[in-house]
Design a protein around this ligand. Structure first.
Ligand code: NAD
Length: 475
């Protein structure tokens, strides 16, 4: 298992020898440590990426595609091993981890397929005097910063399109989950990635290390996935070098259920939208708005489904809900729930943290949640479903849009016209219409408002790593 920094094709300790302890969230115990990169290490990684860039940018698209397909195949072969590694450092239940590895690998396959389809355009200028030729060129050295909640998928969703477009990268993974990122680095190496094409620098000193890399004029791109708060700070840093930024930030997804919805489908969708990764997803349903007629039945059924989940160490047989990522996450969820209950909400199931080791919090459903409750305004990032009732469509849309976030919304209704009308009115980059899962490598994933800038996945995800070059041609 690799635990050093990957820079220029070599596995190196941090220049000052510092290391990051990695904890198993199921026990709170240290399971490994990885090198914690310094500013100097970050800049060495930029050197390596800048050296690798020209030949990779000139590599035939088909050869780039072959590398991505080779690493897709390796990820498929090692899926079980990788999933167990994710469980060890992230805590999520094994079925969630296996789902993540499959999803993560698909980004390599999708971008292997896209690498050969980076088309420019040619058109005649409106005045007819010349041709407008537009090339799509690789943007250059890209700094990728990822969170801990999908340690494999958030990395491949960036590395895949960057490599397909002809860019070299430096990945700074989250300190909670660096092992998965390093394992993906090793797979890329095994698949034949040339030295310096993919560099991986975990660091506990994220602020200074990332800022130093962004200030280096050879870096031309920042792709960040994480909280809105850190995203805002990084946008300010990137502004100094006028860097191209793709930002996948926090969410606060509304989940709307209309009286005419198919209740079985709504419960099934709610369980996926709420409980994938134990609620630790940017796409997690954060606020359930349920129409008055169906609300009592929905709340009872959701409480029963949530209460029926088996909680325990992620890798244990039959476990559906693992621990949260760390002690702070449990403290935050616990205080949001206590505060909501003190404001008059009722816990239909769950509602208090268990005793014992590990960072556990049970599946919780809160009914009669007042509109002023902070649980509706903040990203919960845990297995808690607050339910609010509404009377009509207009009110539902108004409540759903009353947030600075706009990543994803979910709508359940059997009236397709209403479903499409509401989907259009919702201020979010994505909508799940009668569907609790939107994540899909072939689709443009991303948010509006303070949930982000740009898209990952689909063809759009690749364009984020290219620049248009316009050549005015007389021929
Ligand atoms: P975070 O913002 O705390 O950290 C994200 C990454 O940024 C980590 O690698 C971290 O080490 C690094 N970082 C922290 N401070 C930094 C700084 N000052 N300079 C440079 N880098 C810094 O987020 P997290 O807790 O790891 O992840 C959870 C958040 O990520 C949630 O808000 C979630 O919604 C969001 N998220 C968004 C998406 C999306 O696609 N929109 C996907 C997954 C997670």
């Amino acid at each position: 298992m690799k635990t050093e920094l990957l820079i220029g094709g070599k596995w190196l300790p941090a220049s000052d020898g510092a290391r990051i302890p990695v904890l198993d969230p199921a026990t709170g115990q240290e399971i490994a440590s990885v090198a914690s990169g310094t500013v100097e290490d970050g800049l060495s990684a930029v050197d390596a990426a800048a050296s690798a860039l020209p030949s990779w940018a000139a590599t035939a698209p088909r050869a780039r595609a072959d590398l991505l397909m080779a690493v897709f195949n390796l990820m498929q072969e090692r899926a079980d091993w990788l999933a167990r590694l994710i469980v060890l450092e992230n805590g999520k239940a094994l079925p969630d981890a296996l789902g993540e590895v499959k999803y993560a690998a698909e980004f390599f396959r999708w971008y292997a397929e896209e690498a050969v389809r980076v088309a420019g355009t040619v058109q005649t200028a409106p005045g007819g005097q010349n041709q407008i030729m537009v090339l799509r060129q690789p943007i250059g050295v890209s700094v990728l910063v990822t969170p801990w909640n999908f340690p494999a998928a958030m990395a491949t969703r960036k590395i895949g399109p960057a490599l397909a477009a002809g860019c070299s990268v430096i990945l700074k993974p989250a300190s909670e989950t660096p092992l998965t990122a390093l394992a993906i680095g090793a797979l890329l190496e095994e698949a034949g990635a040339p030295p310096g094409l993919v560099n991986i620098v975990p660091s506990r000193r994220s602020g200074p290390v990332v800022s130093a890399m962004l200030a280096d004029p050879r870096v031309r791109k920042l792709s960040f996935t994480g909280s809105t708060e850190v995203g805002r700070r990084l946008l300010a840093v990137a502004a100094e070098s006028v860097l191209s930024c793709s930002m996948e930030l926090g969410g606060n997804a509304p989940f709307l259920v209309f009286d005419d919805a198919d209740l079985d489908a709504a419960i099934e969708g709610a369980m996926i939208a709420k409980m994938r990764n134990g609620g630790q997803a940017c796409t997690a349903a954060n606020r359930f708005y349920v129409q008055e007629g169906i609300a009592p039945a929905f709340a009872t059924r959701l409480a029963s489904a949530m209460g029926g989940l088996t909680m325990g160490p992620g890798a244990s047989e039959g476990v559906q809900l693992g621990p949260l990522v760390n002690a702070e996450a449990v403290d935050k969820v616990d205080s949001l729930v206590s505060e909501t209950v003190s404001l008059g909400a009722r816990a239909l199931v769950g509602g208090s943290r268990p005793d014992g080791p590990g960072f556990y919090y049970p599946a919780t459903v809160l009914a009669d949640v007042p509109s002023s409750a902070p649980v509706l305004a903040e990203e919960i990032f845990g297995p808690v479903a607050p339910i609010v009732t509404f009377a009509g469509e207009e009110e539902a849309v108004r409540l759903a849009n009353a947030t600075e976030h706009g990543l994803v919304s979910y709508v359940y209704t059997d009236d397709l016209a209403r479903g499409l009308r509401v989907s259009e009115a919702l201020e979010s980059g994505m909508v799940g219409l009668n569907r609790g899962l939107v994540s899909e490598p072939a689709a443009p994933f991303g948010g509006v408002k303070q949930s982000g800038i740009g898209r990952e996945g689909g063809h759009e995800g690749l364009l984020e790593y290219t620049e248009s070059k316009y050549i005015a041609v007389n021929w």
